[in-house]
Design a protein around this ligand. Structure first.
Ligand code: FAD
Length: 410
């Protein structure tokens, strides 16, 4: 009994020391949210370099990838430390948003499915930000129905030869590596003939063409593969196991979008309340009602996130709750957009660039709908919740079990 009490005290002291270390790092290297934020999704090459440098300092301070093994570049601590870090960094802007896919999706995949050789080779640089990773799933004819994808990987001796096209690949223009799903056996039903590979995005046989968005930015790209060679030992997980891996990666994505710690899910209501006060609109009853509604929704998002993170901490793999978190995050993003536009009025729609900051509100507004699409649309999340949580009947599939190559495609 005495030992248990002593251990609990030691744990508390260790936790307090860890939190002070995090606090010191944040005070030295970061700004408070709202002070001097760079836009999420920044495409500027200088911003990417600054983000990589910041991530390098985080890794040097032993505060990157806290729960990942020290032997593969992580801090070798626990999920509890990650939880403490997330709590301590709430309200701080960590300038590493360009690494969101690297760390929120690719890193957990490498850690869970990589061979020791793959982990040793790729994880340390991914963690320190020396390399950035992207996710190559969607294709022009395969978004929601990603299992229908057509990019082919054909075995040729010690290599795989890749041919095909991906689209909406966020960050492909600054990524060093990507995780790609390709069809390795077209004679199998669509979910069974897929495999996941690591691909070198700097290979000259990979062509990246940026897409211009409604907001003016170029956050995502078309990517073309023409006889791109991939070493045979860059297959991640087993041959034709790509669908299971894709589902796992989508789950990491949904949890990260809907329930992750850090700036992505930082509460925006306090900033909007300050904005309402600055604009002299904080006594307007409709504005007050919208802000109170948002505050409640963000609190609920916090509870959903906490629930998922506790389940993960207890060793459980998140299931459809990832879809609930993601859908809820998308609904909140749109509510924030509407409340912001009500507050700033025409400044958010007809702004004078570099003078009134209105472009910031407009870009935020135009980007909000993307959250309802990225990582699986709201409709797809509702289908998952309907089928897997509420037990509703599955959508009929007339081609269930048919070889992929025999199924009509766009
Ligand atoms: C900001 C952003 C970033 C992205 N980043 C990446 C990335 O890094 N890597 C990547 O691979 N992809 C990325 N995507 C692509 C994204 O995953 C796809 O856009 C998404 O899965 C939807 O596919 P789609 O665009 O082909 O739409 P479609 O699948 O063609 O859907 C069109 C419409 O039909 C609806 N629909 C489709 N099927 C059903 C159904 N069964 N039931 C009900 N409604 C349905 C959809 O909800 C949607 O409204 C990104 C998208 C966005 C917006």
């Amino acid at each position: 009994m005495t030992t248990t009490v002593d251990e609990a005290i030691v744990d508390r002291i260790e936790e307090a020391e860890f939190c002070s270390r995090v606090k010191r790092f944040l005070e030295t290297n970061c700004n408070r949210i709202g002070e001097d934020q760079e836009m999420v999704g920044a495409e500027d090459a200088d911003v990417i370099v600054r983000m990589k440098t910041f991530q390098g300092s985080l890794a040097e301070a032993g505060l990157a990838a806290l729960a990942y093994p020290a032997g593969f570049g992580g801090a070798g601590l626990t999920k509890r430390h990650q939880e403490l870090f997330d709590q301590a960094s709430k309200g701080w802007y960590l300038p590493n948003s360009a690494l969101y896919i690297s760390h929120g999706m690719c890193l957990p995949m490498l850690n869970q499915f990589g061979t020791d050789e793959q982990k040793s080779r790729f994880m340390p640089d991914c963690i320190s930000g020396a390399t950035i990773w992207c996710q190559l799933f969607s294709e022009p004819g395969a978004g929601s129905d990603v299992a229908g994808l057509a990019t082919r990987a054909t075995r040729d001796g010690d290599q795989w030869i890749l041919n095909g096209q991906k689209v909406w690949t966020s960050g492909a223009h600054y990524a060093d590596y990507g995780l790609i799903v390709a069809r390795t056996d077209p004679t199998l039903p669509k979910h069974q003939g897929l495999s996941m590979f690591i691909v070198d995005m700097r290979d000259p046989a990979v062509e990246v063409r940026p897409l211009r968005q409604i907001s003016g930015g170029t956050g995502f790209n078309e990517v073309f593969f023409t006889d791109t060679q991939i070493p045979a030992d860059w297959l991640l997980g087993g041959l034709n196991q790509g669908w299971n891996l894709a589902v796992a990666m989508l789950m990491f994505e949904r949890v990260s979008i809907g329930a992750g710690g850090g700036a992505m899910n930082a509460n925006r209501t306090p900033g909007l309340i300050r904005l309402a006060q600055d604009l002299g609109r904080s006594e307007d009853p409709l504005i007050r009602q919208a802000l109170a509604d948002l505050w409640i929704r963000e609190r609920i998002r916090g509870f959903i996130g906490q629930r998922i993170r506790s389940a993960v901490q207890a060793g459980n793999v998140p299931g459809p709750e990832g879809s609930i978190a993601k859908l809820n995050g998308a609904v909140i993003a749109r509510a924030i957009r509407d409340a912001t536009m009500d507050l700033v009025g025409v400044t958010g729609q007809a702004w004078a660039t570099d003078t009134d900051g209105g472009d910031r509100w407009a870009v935020g507004c135009l980007s909000a709908s993307g959250i309802s699409i990225a990582g699986g649309t709201d409709e797809v999340q509702r289908n998952i919740i309907g089928e897997r949580v509420l037990g509703l009947p599955k959508e009929p599939d007339p081609y269930k079990g048919a070889a992929w190559e025999t199924v009509p495609r766009n």
